[in-house]
Every structure is written in structure tokens, then in C-alpha cells.
Design a protein around this ligand. Structure first.
Ligand SMILES: Nc1nc2c(ncn2[C@@H]2O[C@H](COP(=O)(O)OP(=O)(O)OP(=O)(O)O)[C@@H](O)[C@H]2O)c(=O)[nH]1
Length: 448
């Protein structure tokens, strides 16, 4: 996996948070310090680390969790969001619009450029594109054979001539050759001597003029850490770089530094190299990458839950008024039980409110789906009056309701008990605090 060490360190910071009993300023500061340490060890630029962690800390201290989410969940969400932004926020996939789309890859020697060209060719082939690869590296004749060896097993043709000394001619003729071959994508590999050699930049420009690529792809070695920043900038100045592949993120201790440095130049990282095999190329999506990095298998689920909760946040003033006046009937209870089933235990939500400190029995507020369905059946046999004023339900009404709904008197009583328990609980709450809480959490469907 890419950036395994960084992932482990970030994950253990978040685990520590999950285990802590309270989430106060000291806890938040400790988590932030752990994140700082993890990033600096991954060679992320110190200034960038400080900026990032300051934002995380500020948000964690100042923002309120959305309704139904715990403080801890909210902090995890903040860390996730900020790290995602840090790495470029949105995925920027490589687009193949025209036929043929011509891609020129550049990068310094040893960056993993030739390997990446082969990986990209295979990646596109797997997505249904017919690909042709041109080798224009006149400095390392081995590159041509390397490409052939990697790609021929997949039926991907490579054009080149290890004897030819004119790189521009090789690139141009290679592209023309594939234009006549009805391919969808042509990938041109170029030579990779050191960036400071003006000859390399000159050659890159000439090739670019000759073949007019739709996109220039820069390949950067992930093991160079934050130095990737200057390298990306140097290339960006010479040619319009459309996308970047950061290689060798498997096992590199400095990969986090390279990724964040490249993201900081504003150049879009479209792929990452995560191994030596031809299939070890991944389309880069900051969101997916960070959730995997944090090792939270359920982070996607958590984020979905938070989104869902934000959507549900439409409590009407009327509902609130009604409840604060002490009106709480069977219909309200049903709506609340239903909402709670979706949202998770009320207990957890209430315990997040400082000073409220209610200790609620879980089963007072949480019922299973099957039970909720039975409640619905029972309530369908009640009159409007009974639903609005459950206190009028006496024994003979219980018998009638049980008969009408095909349930037992015990079940009807159970429903009424649940109602009484919840009513008592809500009554005992401090209405002022409750109003504040309801505003803060903006409960929809909760009746409070
Ligand atoms: N572990 C790992 N190794 C990689 C990755 N990408 C490339 N390599 C290795 O890095 C070395 C250099 O890669 P090449 O593709 O040959 O180098 P290059 O940048 O094309 O070099 P020139 O052709 O001289 O410009 C090779 O041993 C590759 O197997 C990667 O994502 N992970």
C-alpha cells in the first residue's frame, strides 16, 4: 500500500482520539501534535504541516458537530477533509477526448518514467482504448527494449529505433505511424537526463512543438520527498504540464512529502505508482486516497451518515414549540423512534452536550426495525384521539386495539410503556437547555 508508514501513524492518532474518554482542548491538541509528527516524518514541508494542523485544530475547537454526530466523529471528518484538500481535493482524471489523443511524458532519469509509460498504456488498454507507445529516448537505448518487453505481452505496439539519434524525428514519426493505425491514444516517452541540462528542456520543447500533444505528463519520483516541489515547478515553467504521475509511493518514507509538495504547486496529480509491476498504477483521487490512508474502513460510511444528517436538519419551529409546551403524543414518539433508528442512539447525542449529562437507558430510545413495524401496526388500530391523547387508553381500549391489530394486549402495553418512559424522560429535561440543544443540533423529525 502507498505511504503505509504515514497511514499507520495517522491512524494511531485517530485511534487514540477514539479511545479517549473526553474530547477537550488537551485531547484535540494531542491529536494535532500526533498528526504533525506523522507528516513531518513523511517529509512533508514543515510550513505546510503547520498550516494544515492549525486549520484542523481551529476547526476542531470551534465547530460544532452536526446533529447526530459525536465530537469524535466530527474531528475525524475534519482531519479527513483537511488532508483531502491538502492533496488537491478533487480527483482530476485523465481525459481522452479526441482520437487519437497524444500524450507526452517527461521526467528526469530514474524517476520511473519508462515504467510509468508502460503502466499508463496498460491502464488505458484495460479501459478499452487502443494504445500505441512511442519511444523517443535517444540517450538510453534500453528504454525501447524495456517498453517492448513490458508491453508486447499485452499486444501493445511500441515504435522506436535504438539506433536513431534524432529524438524529435523519432517522436514525430512514431506519432505519424500510429495515426495511421487507428489507435485511440498515443503515448510518447521522452529522454530523461537531468532537468538542469538545458538540452533536455530544449529537446522537450522541440518534441512538444513537433507532435503537439494534448497533454504533457510529468513523472516525478516520490522518494525525493518535498524536493518534488522545485522539480515540478521547474518543469511547469518549461512546458505546460497537464498532469503528474508520482511514482514509487510503495514503501517510500518520503512519499507524503512528494505528494503534498506536488499538490502545493497546483499541478494535478492524476496517477500514482505503487509498485514495480505493470498493474501498479492507480488513478489518484484525494478523497479515496485519504480515506484509505487513514485506514478507516468505515470512514466512507461515517461521511455518508454525516451528510445524511445534514440533509435531515429541518426541524420546524412548530415541532419545537409543541414539544417545549410538554406535548408529546404517540405520533411524536413514533416519529422519534423512526428518526433515531436512522441516526443512531439519542444517548450518544445527548451525552455530547456539556452539562446535560443525561444517562439514558439505551432501550428507552432505540428499538429494532421489527419492533417499530409492530408499533406501526398497533398504532394503525388506534383512533386519532388515542394517538393524540394516549392517556385515555384504558384496559378495554387496549383489548380492542390488540384485537384490531392482530397483536396481543401485552404488546399494546409494551408500546404504551415505551411511550410513558420516553415522555417521562423528555419531561425531566431542562427545557431551556433542551431548546438550546435543539437549535444547535437542529433536529428534524425528532419532535424536539
Ligand atoms: N517500487 C517501485 N518502483 C518503481 C515504480 N515506478 C518505477 N519503479 C522502478 O524505478 C526504476 C526506474 O524506472 P524506469 O522507468 O526504468 O526509469 P526512467 O525514469 O524511465 O529512466 P530513464 O528511462 O533513464 O529516463 C525501475 O527499477 C522501476 O522498476 C513504482 O511505482 N514503485
Amino acid at each position: 500500500m502507498a505511504l503505509e508508514k504515514l497511514g499507520k501513524a495517522l491512524n494511531s492518532a485517530l485511534k487514540k482520539l477514539a479511545r479517549s474518554k473526553t474530547v477537550d482542548e488537551a485531547t484535540i491538541k494531542e491529536v494535532v501534535r500526533d498528526i504533525q509528527r506523522a507528516l513531518i516524518q513523511a517529509d512533508v514541508n514543515v510550513r505546510l504541516v503547520l498550516q494544515l494542523t492549525k486549520t484542523i485544530e481551529k476547526r476542531a475547537l470551534e465547530e460544532e458537530p452536526p446533529a447526530g454526530a459525536s465530537k469524535k466523529e466530527h474531528i475525524i471528518q475534519i482531519v479527513y477533509e483537511e488532508l483531502t484538500k491538502f492533496l488537491g481535493k478533487e480527483a482530476k482524471p485523465l481525459e481522452i477526448k479526441e482520437k487519437p489523443t497524444v500524450l507526452l511524458t517527461v521526467g528526469i532519469q530514474g524517476s520511473g518514467k519508462t515504467t510509468s509509460v508502460a503502466k499508463l498504456a496498460r491502464h488505458l488498454q484495460k479501459r478499452g482504448y487502443k494504445v500505441g507507445v512511442v519511444c523517443s529516448d535517444t540517450w538510453r537505448p534500453g528504454a525501447y527494449y524495456q517498453l517492448k518487453q513490458l508491453l508486447e505481452p499485452y499486444g501493445i505496439e511500441v515504435s522506436g529505433d535504438p539506433e536513431e539519434k534524432d529524438a524529435v524525428k523519432l517522436a514525430y514519426e512514431g506519432v505519424e505511424y500510429f495515426r495511421g493505425k487507428d489507435v485511440d491514444v498515443i503515448i510518447v516517452d521522452s529522454a530523461g537526463r537531468h532537468k538542469e541540462e538545458s538540452g533536455l528542456i530544449e529537446e522537450m520543447k522541440q518534441i512538444s512543438q513537433a507532435i503537439k500533444p494534448h497533454e504533457v505528463i510529468l513523472v516525478i519520483d516520490g522518494t525525493i520527498g518535498q524536493q518534488a516541489y522545485n522539480q515540478a515547478l521547474a518543469f511547469k515553467e518549461a512546458t505546460p504540464i497537464g498532469s503528474i504521475i508520482v511514482t514509487k509511493l510503495d514503501g517510500s518514507a518520503k512519499g507524503g512529502g512528494a505528494l503534498s509538495a506536488v499538490a502545493a504547486t497546483g499541478a494535478p496529480i492524476k496517477f500514482i505508482g505503487v509498485g514495480e509491476r505493470i498493474d501498479d498504477l492507480e488513478a489518484f483521487d484525494p478523497k479515496r486516497f485519504v480515506s484509505r490512508l487513514l485506514g478507516m474502513g468505515d470512514i466512507e460510511g461515517l461521511l455518508e451518515k454525516l451528510e445524511e444528517l445534514q440533509k435531515q436538519q429541518a426541524v420546524s419551529e412548530e415541532d419545537l414549540e409543541k414539544f417545549l409546551k410538554g406535548k408529546f403524543n404517540l405520533k411524536d414518539m413514533y416519529a422519534q423512534l423512526e428518526a433515531m433508528q436512522k441516526m443512531g442512539p439519542l444517548k450518544q447525542v445527548l451525552q455530547m452536550i456539556p452539562g446535560l449529562g443525561y444517562s439514558l437507558p439505551d432501550d428507552a430510545v432505540r428499538v429494532g426495525e421489527e419492533k417499530l413495524r409492530r408499533y406501526r401496526i398497533i398504532m394503525d388500530s388506534m383512533t386519532e384521539e388515542e394517538l393524540e391523547h394516549p392517556e385515555i387508553i384504558n384496559y378495554s381500549r387496549i383489548k380492542r386495539i390488540a384485537r384490531g391489530s392482530g397483536t396481543s394486549t401485552a404488546e399494546v402495553r409494551e408500546l404504551l410503556n415505551q411511550y410513558n418512559q420516553m415522555k417521562k424522560m423528555f419531561k425531566s429535561m431542562d427545557k431551556r437547555k433542551l431548546a438550546k440543544m435543539a437549535k444547535r443540533f437542529n433536529f428534524g423529525g425528532f419532535g424536539i
